[in-house]
Design a protein around this ligand. Structure first.
Ligand code: CA
Length: 425
């Protein structure tokens, strides 16, 4: 077993039972304080460990000077899997209950260990590129039934290709960033002509993001084993979607304006090394994928996911969906293999959106489009109000947790509030 994920490990930093950030997790983000520019940090209990301070004190081994003080994690991630693992082992060792080095150095501890409430979290990576997939069979089937009621719900390519499209890296934002309702062009099937205005079917998509940590050269594809090792970690992800814009524009080249206005990433990236405890086999793939996409063993991750909606003007959240990352038909490694197979150069800091993660039952659907069945069955909230899609002032919160051996690994919040459409014209 990897000693850093041993469920019996205990830290001298107090971590409440069920905390998202026990010593087994050690996720990465970027934080700042009133007197510190953005730098890399690691969550432990209700504290944030300043990786730049630890590195300057020589406690993280041989690393390029300033690698944690660039304001993004890309420079650290680019050092590769052996360095990720070595630094994780060093941090884990420093935080163990029986390691005195940092525990008993009052001055260093004061400099390196900050209350989480005193820091501001930032987008943890410079997002180089963003590709969104469509890899939940349940989600693709539900959307096919709604958007193409007279055809087969799954198009013929779906069981052979991890379907994806190129999204916009420029509008990936960190949790807590408010989201403006997009303006756009729509035409419902019954409308005689298209019209322009604020989106009327604003939706969320419950997803996870895989963060690419090892690049490949243009023209040099990866194998499935290489792709699996190339993923630095995972974060929660909300791929906000404008369904009315999407339905009018998506044929024949896929979504465009319906998706480019915003996607929200949780601040903490849980490393693939920590996530290893959550590995499970995915659904059986039938027909068997072509050779380059074949995988075996536990390539999915058991992450419990939850979506809560707090209505405009209200204070009480209602959980509207409970799903699990394990439902994905295509794994993140298969998505990455497929992405690079034609020669695409993947970069450190690329984001792969899993695609909406819907489970098999209505309560596990990962979008309002499915939960309300495109408005036919509105979702009832705790205050008695109903939602088919999001209204201005609504707040959406995604949470995710791995539970293994009495230990919980969380990702922190993936939240956003809907603001009115911008004034235009
Ligand atoms: Ca999506």
């Amino acid at each position: 077993m990897n000693p850093t994920t041993d469920p019996t490990l205990v830290s001298w930093v107090e971590t409440a039972q069920g905390s998202d950030f026990p010593i087994q997790n050690l996720p990465w983000s970027i934080f700042s304080t009133a007197d510190r520019a953005p730098r890399a940090g690691i969550a432990i209990g209700d504290r944030v460990l300043d990786a730049a301070v630890l590195a300057e004190a020589g406690l993280l081994g041989d690393l390029p000077a300033g690698v944690f003080a660039t304001g993004v994690l890309n420079d650290f991630i680019a050092l590769g899997p052996e360095t990720w693992s070595r630094v994780r082992a060093a941090v884990s060792d420093l935080l163990r209950a029986d390691t005195a080095r940092l525990r008993d150095d009052t001055a260093l501890r004061a400099a390196a260990l900050l209350p989480a409430t005193s820091v501001k979290l930032h987008l943890p990576i410079r997002v180089e590129g963003y590709t969104d997939f469509y890899s939940s069979r349940e989600h693709a089937t539900n959307v096919g039934r709604m958007f193409r009621p007279d055809g087969e719900p799954l198009l013929p390519n779906w069981l052979h290709i991890p379907i994806g499209y190129s999204g916009r890296a420029s509008t990936i934002v960190v949790s807590g960033t408010p989201i403006h309702r997009p303006l756009g062009q729509t035409r419902a099937p019954s409308d005689p002509a298209p019209s322009f205005g604020p989106c009327r079917k604003l939706d969320f998509e419950l997803e996870m993001a895989a963060i690419v940590g090892v690049p490949n050269e243009m023209g040099r594809p990866m194998t499935i084993a290489e792709a699996d090792r190339a993923i630095f970690g995972f974060a929660l992800f909300n791929d906000w979607s404008a369904r009315d814009i999407q339905q009018w524009e998506y044929v024949p080249l896929g979504p465009f304006q319906a998706k480019v206005f915003a996607s929200t990433l949780s601040p903490w990236i849980v490393t693939a090394e920590a996530m290893a405890v959550a590995r499970v086999e995915g659904p059986r793939q039938e027909p068997e994928p072509l050779t380059y996409l074949r995988q075996s063993g536990a390539m999915n991750f058991d992450v419990e996911l939850e979506v809560a909606l707090t209505p405009a003007g209200g204070s009480e959240p209602t959980v509207i969906s409970r799903s699990n990352f394990a439902h994905m038909y295509w794994s993140s490694a298969q998505q990455l293999v497929h992405h690079a197979i034609g020669g695409c150069a993947m970069k450190v800091g690329d984001v792969l959106g899993s695609g909406t993660i819907s489970g098999p039952t209505p309560g596990s659907y990962g979008s309002l489009l499915e939960l309300s069945w495109n408005g036919k069955t509105p979702v009832t909230l705790a205050d008695g109000s109903a939602r088919s899609f999001l209204l201005d002032g609504d707040r959406l919160a995604i949470r995710g947790r791995v539970r293994r051996g009495g230990v919980t690994l969380g990702f922190g919040p993936c939240d956003g509030e809907i603001l009115a459409a911008p004034a235009f014209g």
